[in-house]
Structure formats: structure tokens, C-alpha cells
Write a protein that binds this ligand. Sequence first.
Ligand SMILES: NC(=O)c1ccc[n+]([C@@H]2O[C@H](COP(=O)([O-])OP(=O)(O)OC[C@H]3O[C@@H](n4cnc5c(N)ncnc54)[C@H](OP(=O)(O)O)[C@@H]3O)[C@@H](O)[C@H]2O)c1
Length: 357
Amino acid sequence: MRRVALLGATGSIGRQAIEIVAARPELELCALQSGSTPLDALAAAHGVDHAQVGGDPIALLERAEPDVVLNAVVGFAGVQTTLWALEHGVTLALANKESLVAAGELAVRAWRRGGGLLLPVDSEHSALWQCLEGRAPETVAGLVLTASGGPFRGKARAELADVTASDALSHPTWSMGPKITVDSATLANKGLELIEARWLFDVPYERIEVVVHPTSVVHALVRLRDGALLAHLGLPDMRVPISFALTHPERATTPVPQLDLIGLDLAFEAPDTDVFPLLGLARAAAEHGGTAPCAYNAANEVAVAAFLEGRIGFLDIPVIVEETLSRVDGAVARDLADLVAADAEARRLAARGLQPA
Ligand SMILES: NC(=O)c1ccc[n+]([C@@H]2O[C@H](COP(=O)([O-])OP(=O)(O)OC[C@H]3O[C@@H](n4cnc5c(N)ncnc54)[C@H](OP(=O)(O)O)[C@@H]3O)[C@@H](O)[C@H]2O)c1
């Protein structure tokens, strides 16, 4: 029996994870957490003793003693849990990419000390992990992340000036929570994933490519040094990577149908980094290192929340992130307190950018 603590239980990933756990006799939920949504009914329905709305996630995890922590919280709010699980060698199934983006170096050091497993839930990274499994690092020439391109693929800048939150939330291929859906529309999501991939797989940024693949059937590819490419294909359905992380190294059955190969559209194109500058800004923050990725993430969170509330336009999101990045020092964080301070400072600067001039 594998005891799963599910943080972010009421979200898009959280709900799909509950479906996967409920269908597997070898999995059991031992803890649930949400940000503000009540959990009483959910906890009662699944016989979970440790359920908590908000509050300290570490106290919850210490009480529940899980075998696996599934971190499906959205945003920097997930950082403490990621660091705790890695430090304590508790298997971490990670959907909360923002924590690895913000805390990269601290997280990798905690992971080494803790010696546990870090299993990606993000579909592209789950795909990369599977293509890389058992392969000698020197045989890997590079990683390729695929992006759907989001609802605004192919649009000119001028066409994006007046798009609304509801336009941005109509994702063509994936059904996800609101923050990541907007991140997919701006390509910030691929920027976050670039940084996530670097820390998960220890591959330098210059060997991680991003390509647009509108049907989202190929989740990622690995380039090998002999010229071969390994691809991971499947329907765009998060229940597959969630199930793989929770049942690893087994591959349990899921309710997801098999992909029909006949007539499959496998087209790829280059991302438009002029219209969607957040991908290039992520690469620049990544290459700067230190707390620049943390600041990128914090400013993006502030800007996306403001866009979802209708306070700023779609094209203002990268402007706020760029201005914030130009004002932070990006110094290295020695510990979580430094990181929390860098996150808070970037949020303060980004919020200033929301004020009317
Ligand atoms: N959705 C996807 O298909 C997908 C795919 C790949 C990766 N991811 C990643 O998975 C994570 C979750 O995404 P999502 O789409 O599932 O988001 P979501 O639907 O917005 O759900 C977010 C979850 O986090 C909880 N939460 C928010 N703030 C919190 C806080 N301060 N403390 C504790 N819990 C908090 C929410 O609780 P409340 O209900 O109380 O607000 C909710 O349960 C993100 O990092 C995202 O990038 C998602």
C-alpha cells in the first residue's frame, strides 16, 4: 500500500489524481490540502484523516507520514513542500513546476542530501524521464519540449491587444487550471518548463529546445548523439503522467483511450518569440541564474493574476515580467528565507508595474 499526500487536492491535477488513486487498490490517500476550498466532503468520501485548508503543509505532512507527496499546488506556494519532501527523502511527485523554477539550486541540493525520488508529473517532463530512463548521460545530445502554442498561436501582436481572460482560457488541447492555461497562451509555461527540465535532468539550457506542436500528441523528445530521436506520444491527458508517477515503476492501466495513429498530425514549427516574449525572458533569467528565475516566476504570477482579474491586458504580462527582471539583483539564495525574500521583492516590484502611470 502506497500512502499519498495530495496537496492542491481541489485543483485540476488534484481532482485527476483523486480519480487515479481511487481506481488503484495499491494507492491510498492519507492527506489532502487545498488553499481555501473546504475539504470536509472530499476527506469523508475518501476516508482521509488528515485534511487541511491552507495552514502549514509541513505540519500536515509530518502528521500524515506519506510514502509519496503529490505537490499539485499552483505557484510559489508549493515551494516549502517541495523542499521538505526532497530534504527528507520522501518520494515527490511534482506537478508544481514553479517550486523547482524558483528554488532550483536549493531543491537539487536538498534532493541530493535526502536521496529520495523526484518524479515529474508535468507531461513533457514525464515524457523526457521515460525517454531518458536507463540511458548514459553522454549519449544524450539534447532535450526537446513541445508546446501546443496555446489559443493565440499564429496571431500578430496587434491582434492580442484586446484579448480577454476568457479568450486566453480556451486552450485548444489541454484542460487545466486558470494560471497554467494563461501561461500556455503567453508561452511562459514553456519558459518555466525549460528551467524545470534543467534541474530535473541536469542538461544545460543550450541543449534544451522548444518547438511548437499544435496537436500536443508528442509530449517531448530526446536527441541522442548518433542522430536518433526518441519521442513520447499519447493523447493529451494528465491522468497518464499522474498515474505513472504514483504507480512507478509499475505501469498501471488508466481510463485513457489508446491513441489512433491513422491520420495523426505530427507538424512542428518554431515558437514566435517576438509575439510571445516570455519564453525568451525565461531563457535569459535562467542563464542569469541565482534568484532571477524566482523573480521571473513571481512577476509572472502577479501579472497573470491581474490579467485574470481584468486589471491589465494580455500584452502587459511580459512587460511587467521584463521590468521586474530589470530591477532585481538576482543574487543567489543561500536558503529558503533568502528565496522567500527574493520572491516577495519581485512581487512588490511587479505590483508597482500594475499601477496606472
Ligand atoms: N492542470 C494541468 O493539466 C497541469 C499540467 C502540468 C502541470 N501542472 C502544474 O500543476 C500545478 C497545479 O495546476 P492546476 O492546473 O491543477 O491548478 P489549479 O486547478 O488552479 O489548482 C491549484 C490547487 O492549488 C491549491 N492552492 C492554491 N494556493 C494554495 C496555497 N497557498 N496553499 C495550498 N494550496 C493552494 C488550490 O486550492 P483552492 O481550491 O483552495 O484554491 C488548488 O487545489 C501547477 O503548478 C501547474 O503548473 C498542471
